[in-house]
Structure formats: C-alpha cells, structure tokens
Design a protein around this ligand. Sequence first.
Ligand SMILES: Nc1ncnc2c1ncn2[C@@H]1O[C@H](COP(=O)(O)OP(=O)(O)O)[C@@H](O)[C@H]1O
Ligand SMILES: [Mg+2]
Length: 375
Amino acid sequence: MATSYDDIEVRRPDLARSYLALMQAQPGRPLAMFAPRRVGKTHFLDHDLAPAARALGWLPVYADLWLQRSAPLDAINHALEEALDDAQVAPTRIGRIAGTPVKKIGLLGAEVEIGEPPTRRALPAAPALRLDALVARLAQAAGGPVLLMLDEIQSLAEAAQGDQVLAALRAVLHKRRGVLHSVFTGSSQEALARMLSTAGAPMYQFAQILNFPVLGDEFLQPLARHFAKVHRGKSLDAAAMRAVFERIGFKPALMRDLVKAASAEGIVDLQLAVQRFLADDRQVAGFRALLEPLAALDRSLLWVLAHRKPPFGRETLAELRPALPGDEPTTSKLRAAMARLARLGLLSHAGSARAELTDPLFAEYLQGLALRQLL
Ligand SMILES: Nc1ncnc2c1ncn2[C@@H]1O[C@H](COP(=O)(O)OP(=O)(O)O)[C@@H](O)[C@H]1O
Ligand SMILES: [Mg+2]
C-alpha cells in the first residue's frame, strides 16, 4: 500500500517481456514504440524493460537522442563506452589488481605473476566504425546480447546528418544481429516516417512500429485508494477518474498532481482541478511557449483542428483568409502546415480526416481563444 501519492507506481513486467520476445523473434529488427509525450515511455524503459532485459542476461544501454540532438551518434557511442567501462571493471580483487601496471604482487602471502592486461587495438575514431566496434566489444565483455534503447528517435529527423546516423545504425543492427537488440521510442511517428523514407526504405521494413499502451485503472485505483485513506468518508469515483485521465491525455504525472491538488483541498471534483490547472499562469505560459516559434498559418491550423473544423473546408478557408493577410491560405499550404505540425509531434493522424492535436489539454486551451488572439 502506497504511503504517499508519489509512491504510486505501476510496473509492467508482462509488457516488457512481450517486447523482448518480439525482439528475439526478429533479430536485427528494432522495435519502435510510439506514444505522445509524458505518458510514460522513458519510465517504462528504465523501470520495466531494462530490468526484464537484465533478467534474460542482456545488457541494456540507454541514450536520449533529444538531449544530444546536435551529435546523436556520439551520444550513442558515449553510452556504449560507459557501459564498456563498467563491464570491464572486474568484480574480483585479483581482477582489479591485474588491471594495474604492477607486475609482481604478493597476494595472500604467495607470489603471483600477473601479466600485462591484454592490450587491444584502439577503437576506430570514425563514429560509424566506432559504433560497430563498441557493440562487438561490449557484447563480448558482458557475455550476452546488448539492448540499445534509443529514446526520442525522431530527433534524428532534425539532427545534422540524421540520415547518415540512421544508415550507420541500420548497418550495425544488421551486422551484429546475433548480439544486438534495439528499441526506439518516439513521440512523432510522422517524423520517423519521413526520416526513414528519405533514407530510402519504408519504415515498416526497418523497424516494427508499436503503439505504446497508456496506463489505465491499474494506475487510477491506487490513487483512489490513497485518497480514501487520507480522507475518510470521501472517495473518488472510478468513472469520473477515467474521464479526467482521458481528458488530460493519459499523463500519469499530471493525473497524480491533479489528485494531489484535489486532496489538498479535500474536494472530490477532479474536473474542477483540471479547470484550475488550465487557468494557471505557468500552464498558460507553457502553451504560449509551444505557439511562439510557429508561423501564423501553423498556429491558425492548430486552432482550426482544436475547434474540430474541417481543415480544408471552404468555410474554414474563408474564415482564415482575413486573419492571414499577405499569406493567402490554400489547401496545399495547409497540407504543408499539417505535415510540419505532425513532425513536431503536435498532431496525430495527420493527413487523414481524423487529424487532431496530440495533447487534448492544449486543444482545450485553444478552444478558449479567438483566432485573432493567436496572431
Ligand atoms: N508506470 C508508471 N507509474 C507511475 N508513474 C508513471 C509511470 N510512467 C510514467 N509515470 C510518470 O509520468 C512521468 C512522465 O513519464 P515519462 O516516462 O517521462 O513520459 P514520456 O517518456 O512518454 O514522455 C514520469 O516522470 C512519472 O512521474
Ligand atoms: Mg521520454
């Protein structure tokens, strides 16, 4: 039983094992798990997938490509090098001594001859060759397969020479398929699709695309149980909790904050907590920051989609025209804007009639604004 809201955590060992089984069944083919931001992808890699991989005797190695988007291949190589350093620190006393330059040591009274530590050729400097050499050495040092976990893979779409990085990854994944598995996460399937098609092959051939499942009652129930423990006689309604969780786009940390806020005031109305969250200055500033870098046409399209207006409809074009003087909106310009927004991860199902904002709260915020307030 959780002792605070912050302790509530859902473990997903079965999901992790099913992903590992998929990788085992398709050597050389990475899994790419997609879901919007903040629903728990990184948490899953760290708390579920990595431990399940270790239990199989694999060595998980993690790299965040978004944080390192100016040099993604260096970031991957760096993560592998660190893992190699760890794997080479021998666990026994004699091993550690053998790593030192000392030639003859009295160990437990006896004179033991310890040779030079085996020297190996230096790793190649060229990043693509280095990746290949690192994977091979690491698998050997670890005595089992390496699981390379690349978080926010769509960052490669924006990285300089992202397609070369991808080509190098592809080649190494294929060549080392006996000892290397890989899983990618992403928040924009569109960005990855575009990136892989520029690399000259359809995405599904390269990676197996999976929609990463969001959390559900297994997360909401412990929150409700803890609330009931703190507030005797008051309880959160299960159906109302599900509705709120959906309204906020299934983001567990945000849901936890909303329940905490309601709990602090002793209220059971979570919709009210969402209302207050949406009106909060910090939150509004966050939404504004998302809009800031976008062109007027792109912002207008977000507004149109948030209001569930048909994006290419005649009436929509007529409504946008006076708002965009000097940039006559056309269907083709709107299509290009839609593709841009999708690559930024702001839209899902782009290009279809179901196109919508990935973040439902951002959509709600836009619904509360007039178009002119965005321009
Ligand atoms: N299984 C889980 N149980 C409890 N909280 C979770 C879980 N997964 C994610 N969270 C919470 O949601 C936050 C965002 O998750 P994160 O993995 O960073 O999302 P993503 O990588 O999809 O953007 C985490 O910091 C954590 O507080
Ligand atoms: Mg993440």
